[in-house]
Design a protein around this ligand. Structure first.
Ligand code: TGC
Ligand code: FAD
Length: 389
C-alpha cells in the first residue's frame, strides 16, 4: 500500500488555488533551506539573527503580504494563512516575527494611520529594512487590555507618553513601536520611533518557550512625540482589537504548521524505529495515535480554509476567528504531545522538532487571547452574556 501524508489523505490541496499553492511552496522551500538547519541552535542559544531574517523574509514577500499597496504583495488572506503555516512548521518564533510585523505593526499603520505614516513606514517594513513591534499588553493588564495604565498627555501640540508594556515580541530589535495608551479619555495608538529619548526595551530572558523569538518589556519615560504621531483613524479598544483579528487569523493556520511538523516527525520516526523486532509504525496502538492526530490536523485545516475563504470574501467575524484560534492551537498542542510519546526519549531533545514545537505552542496558547478568553468570546456570541468580568 502507498503511504500518504496526513493532509494528502484529506485532499485539502484541492481547496487551494494554484497561485496560493505556489506561494505556499516557495515559503516551504525557504523554511527547509534556511530555517530547518539552524533553528534548533537558535532555540538553544535563545539568539536569532532577526535583522538578517527580516530582510530575507522581506525579499520573500511575506511581510504584510495580505495588505495592498506600499510595497506589499496584496495576496489573498488564505495565501497569507498558508504562508504562516509553513513558517510555523519551521518554528512558532519565525511566524511570530512575521505576524507581529505584518498583522500587528504594519496592519495598525495601514488600517488606522495617516498617509504620511504609511509612506514613512510601510515600504521599509515590507522589505524588512525596518522592524516593528506592537505594544498592547502591560504587566498588570493582559487579557483585559482596556484597563491599561500607559498614558499619553498633551503638552502644547506634542504628546508625552509614560508607562510600561510587557511581553512585546520584537521589542528590543524594533525600529518602530505601535504603542496603545490612554489619551484624553479613550485608547489611542501612537507610532513611536524607538530612538525617541525616554524609550527603552529591555529583553525578557530565561524563557523556556518561544526561545527563537525576541520578547521584551517597553519602558516609556516622558517619551515626547509630535502631534502627528497619533494614529488618526481610530479611537477606543476596537483599534488594537481590529489588529488582533489579523494576527489571530494567521495563528489559525500557523499552529497547524507546527502540528503537521510534529506528526510528520512521528510518522518518520515510527517507520524507522524497530521495537520488539517490528517497526513501531506497524503496531495498532501507534496507528491509532497517528490516525487520531491526522483527524485533528485535517479538521483544523478544513476549519482554517473555511475561515480563509470567509475572510477573502470580507465576511469573517471576529468570533469566528476565535473558533479557529481556540481549536487549532489547542489541538496543535495535543498533537505535539502525542507525537512526542511516539519518539520516546529521543522526543525530548532538540535533535527532533517535536518538543521545541510543543514548548512554543504553550506561548501560542496564551498570546493573542488565551484559550479561556476565546472560550468567553464564543460564549458571549452564543448566549449574548459577557462573562469576562
Ligand atoms: P469589549 O467591550 O468586548 O470591546 C471593546 C470595543 O472593541 C470592539 N471589539 C472588537 N473590535 C474588533 N475586533 C475584535 N475582535 C473586537 N472585540 C471587541 C467592541 O465592539 C467594542 O467596540 P465599541 O465601539 O463598542 O467600543 O471589550 P472588553 O474590554 O470587554 O474586552 C473584551 C476581550 C476580553 C475579548 C478583549 O479585550 C480581548 O480580546 N482580550 C485579549 C487580549 C489579547 O488578545 N491580547 C493580545 C496582545 S498582542 C499579542 O499577544 C501578540 S502575540 C505576538 C505574536 O503573534 O507573536
Ligand atoms: P492574564 O490575563 O493575567 O491571564 C492569566 C490567566 O487568567 C489565563 O489563564 C487567562 O486565560 C485567565 N483569565 C483571564 N481572564 C479571565 C476570565 N475573565 N475568566 C477566567 N479566566 C481568565 N502582547 C502584546 O501586546 N504584544 C506582543 O507582541 C506580545 N507578544 C507576546 C509574546 C509572548 C511569547 C507571550 C507569552 C506573550 C505576548 N504578548 C504580547 C502578551 C499576551 O498577549 C498576553 O500574555 C495574553 O494576552 C495574556 O495576558 P497575561 O499573560 O497577562 O495573562
Amino acid at each position: 500500500t502507498r503511504a500518504q501524508t496526513p493532509l494528502g489523505l484529506f485532499g485539502t490541496d484541492h481547496l487551494i488555488g494554484e497561485e496560493e499553492r505556489d506561494i505556499r511552496d516557495t515559503v516551504r522551500r525557504f523554511v527547509d533551506d534556511r530555517i530547518r538547519p539552524e533553528v534548533a541552535g537558535w532555540f538553544e542559544s535563545g539568539q536569532i539573527p532577526a535583522r538578517d531574517l527580516a530582510r530575507e523574509l522581506g525579499s520573500l514577500g511575506v511581510l504584510g503580504m495580505h495588505l495592498e499597496g506600499y510595497g506589499c504583495a496584496g495576496t489573498s488572506a488564505t495565501a497569507y494563512g498558508l504562508a504562516c503555516m509553513e513558517l510555523e512548521a519551521g518554528d512558532s518564533g519565525l511566524r511570530s516575527l512575521v505576524s507581529v510585523q505584518g498583522s500587528l505593526a504594519m496592519y495598525a499603520i495601514w488600517k488606522h494611520g495617516s498617509e504620511e505614516q504609511k509612506q514613512e513606514w510601510l515600504p521599509r517594513m515590507a522589505s524588512g529594512d525596518a522592524i516593528g513591534c506592537f505594544g498592547l499588553t502591560e504587566p498588570d493588564f493582559g487579557s483585559d487590555p482596556g484597563g491599561m495604565r500607559t498614558r499619553a498627555v498633551r503638552d502644547g501640540d506634542d504628546w508625552v507618553l509614560d508607562g510600561a508594556k510587557m511581553w512585546i515580541t520584537n521589542g528590543s530589535i524594533a525600529d518602530v513601536a505601535v504603542v496603545w495608551a490612554q489619551a484624553e479619555g479613550t485608547i489611542r495608538g501612537f507610532v513611536v520611533p524607538t530612538d525617541t529619548p525616554g524609550f527603552s526595551a529591555p529583553e525578557i530572558k530565561r524563557k523556556v518557550s518561544l526561545r527563537a523569538s525576541v520578547t521584551s518589556e517597553l519602558v516609556l519615560e516622558g517619551v515626547r512625540l509630535p502631534a502627528d504621531a497619533v494614529l488618526p483613524e481610530v479611537t477606543g479598544l476596537s483599534g488594537p482589537l481590529s489588529c488582533l483579528n489579523e494576527a489571530r487569523f494567521g495563528i489559525v493556520f500557523g499552529s497547524l504548521g507546527a502540528a503537521r511538523d510534529c506528526l510528520e516527525s512521528a510518522l518518520a520516526y515510527s517507520a524507522d524505529r524497530s521495537i520488539f523486532d517490528r517497526p513501531l509504525s506497524a503496531y495498532q496502538l501507534t496507528q491509532a495515535k497517528l490516525a487520531d492526530m491526522t483527524l485533528e490536523l485535517g479538521k483544523g485545516m478544513l476549519l482554517a480554509l473555511h475561515l480563509g475563504r470567509l475572510k477573502d470574501e470580507g465576511r469573517l467575524r471576529h468570533e469566528q476567528v476565535s473558533l479557529g484560534k481556540l481549536n487549532n492551537v489547542r489541538e496543535a498542542i495535543a498533537i505535539a504531545r502525542e507525537a512526542r510519546t511516539i519518539l520516546g526519549a529521543a522526543g525530548i531533545t532538540l535533535e527532533h522538532p517535536v518538543m521545541r514545537h510543543a514548548n512554543n505552542l504553550e506561548s501560542v496558547l496564551t498570546y493573542e487571547g488565551t484559550s479561556e478568553v476565546h472560550q468567553l468570546i464564543i460564549g458571549r456570541a452564543l448566549t449574548g452574556e459577557a462573562a469576562f468580568r
